[in-house]
Design a protein around this ligand. Structure first.
Ligand SMILES: Cc1cc2nc3c(=O)[nH]c(=O)nc-3n(C[C@H](O)[C@H](O)[C@H](O)COP(=O)(O)OP(=O)(O)OC[C@H]3O[C@@H](n4cnc5c(N)ncnc54)[C@H](O)[C@@H]3O)c2cc1C
Length: 392
């Protein structure tokens, strides 16, 4: 790989959003360089829940066979439904719908899931390089590449178009977005994830716990089979800072709750505990398009403010970005004016759900009793429960 060659596209970050964008663009015949500061496989702090819609988007990318083989190897754990537990302990169960084309939802530990998509990007024709982007290269107000550290030295890598897919701490977003449009704490969250090795899981069902001390947020148990689960909790950043909470202590307290404690086979064996941030897509007027650059996934901030889910939206943004980038590259015009349609498309596909989810998050936080009321009411109406829960 030469540092002076101009590529069609440099994608910074090979998580689901970056690798999917790279795969879509490589399949359209573009010369794509995919950078990540890590080699794959690598872990990513996450609840690992991947909805059927995201799986079907990956099928469209040609990944059905890879996903089925990964399921057969026992890496991805298929789900059938979910349970929501209200502050007063009422339980609401719902079966998941399959995707429009019959796909399952999964708990997909990111160490496996992300490596599948990254490998698919490479198989689709993208070149992968382990490199840490330091900043976008900007000439005359236009992004023309990135400055990145690889093999111990800093290089300039040039491209017609840069896609920032480098997650919540994106150096591409931080450098390109005007300072007054960074994410506010009320549209961000912090969460802690661990794997538990000794829990009696509810087979094929993800569990969400909403209780007084954690709202606006929740604790989760997402099974991966054989008495193991992804377990964690998260809450909105402004409340977390105000209340000066300690997430590790909160997780230990969660394990001490009688309903959880009685399911622990050896006292609660935790591994790989880690904390990470989430940027919600509920903050309006965020800029995702620049002269010579686009943002996708967490770098743009497309996480749902109620569920904390960002993989599906990251993949949706990848598909939209690839369409817009393909048109821009074909017409040799990568200006913001040409590519601004990407912001409209993201709005069209995601905004209604972001706005409604933010509204629900705020309402549940203010009136926890409403969660109890809704859970009790919906228990008596399984059709409503299914619609509500599987939309979460
Ligand atoms: C605790 C927690 C639980 C969550 N649970 C869920 C869940 O259950 N389901 C769900 O859908 N979503 C969940 N999310 C959100 C989800 O993790 C993200 O939305 C998702 O990872 C976004 O994918 P991405 O590809 O945009 O970014 P990422 O997955 O963050 O990938 C970014 C990539 O960029 C690389 N990178 C970063 N900086 C640089 C740099 N400077 N140079 C080169 N490479 C760089 C990183 O190494 C990484 O590989 C959770 C988040 C957290 C924090």
């Amino acid at each position: 790989m030469s540092s002076v060659t101009e590529r069609d596209v440099i994608v910074v970050g090979a998580g689901p959003s970056g690798s999917a964008t790279a795969a879509f663009l490589a399949q359209k015949g573009h010369d794509v360089l995919l950078l990540d500061r890590h080699q794959f496989p690598r872990d990513k702090t996450c609840g690992d829940a991947v909805p059927a819609g995201a799986v079907e988007l990956l099928w469209r990318l040609g990944m059905r066979d890879r996903i089925e083989k990964s399921v057969a190897r026992g890496e991805l754990y298929p789900l059938e439904g979910m349970m929501l537990v209200s502050p007063r302990g009422h339980e609401l169960h719902a079966k998941f719908n399959h995707g429009a084309h019959g796909a399952d939802s999964y708990v997909a530990p990111r160490i496996y899931f992300d490596a599948l998509i990254q490998a698919h990007a490479v198989a689709s024709g993208a070149e992968f390089c382990q490199a840490q982007a330091k900043e976008p290269l900007v000439e005359n107000g236009r992004v023309v590449g990135v400055r990145a550290q690889a093999n111990g030295s800093v290089k300039e890598m040039h491209a017609k178009l840069v896609i920032g897919a480098d997650g919540v701490t994106s150096v591409i977003a931080r450098n390109l977005r005007p300072k007054n449009t960074q994410h506010l704490d009320s549209h961000r969250a912090v969460a802690l994830r661990a794997y538990i090795e000794d829990i009696e899981e509810i087979p094929k069902e993800v569990e969400f716990y909403l209780y007084k001390d954690i709202l606006p947020g929740y604790a989760w148990i997402f099974p991966i089979g054989q008495n193991r689960a992804n377990i964690g909790l998260g809450m909105r950043l402004d409340f977390f800072r105000k209340k000066k909470y300690n997430l590790e202590k909160m997780l230990r307290d969660f394990l001490e709750m009688p309903v959880i404690k009685k399911r622990l086979l050896r006292g609660g064996q935790l591994r790989d505990m880690a904390t990470w941030q989430l940027n919600f897509g509920s903050q309006q007027h965020m800029q995702h398009v620049f002269d010579g650059a686009l943002l996708v996934g967490d770098a743009a901030g497309f996480i749902n403010p109620l569920t904390g889910g960002g993989i599906h939206n990251g993949l949706v943004s990848a598909e939209l970005a690839a369409q817009v980038a393909d048109d821009a590259l074909k017409t040799n015009n990568v200006s913001r004016a040409q590519m601004q349609v990407y912001e409209s498309l993201c709005h069209e596909h995601m905004w209604t759900s972001m706005r409604n989810s933010f509204w629900m998050q705020r309402t549940f936080m203010r009136f926890p009793i409403l969660v109890d009321f809704l859970v009790k009411r919906m228990k008596e109406n399984s059709a409503l429960a299914q619609t509500f829960l599987t939309k979460l």
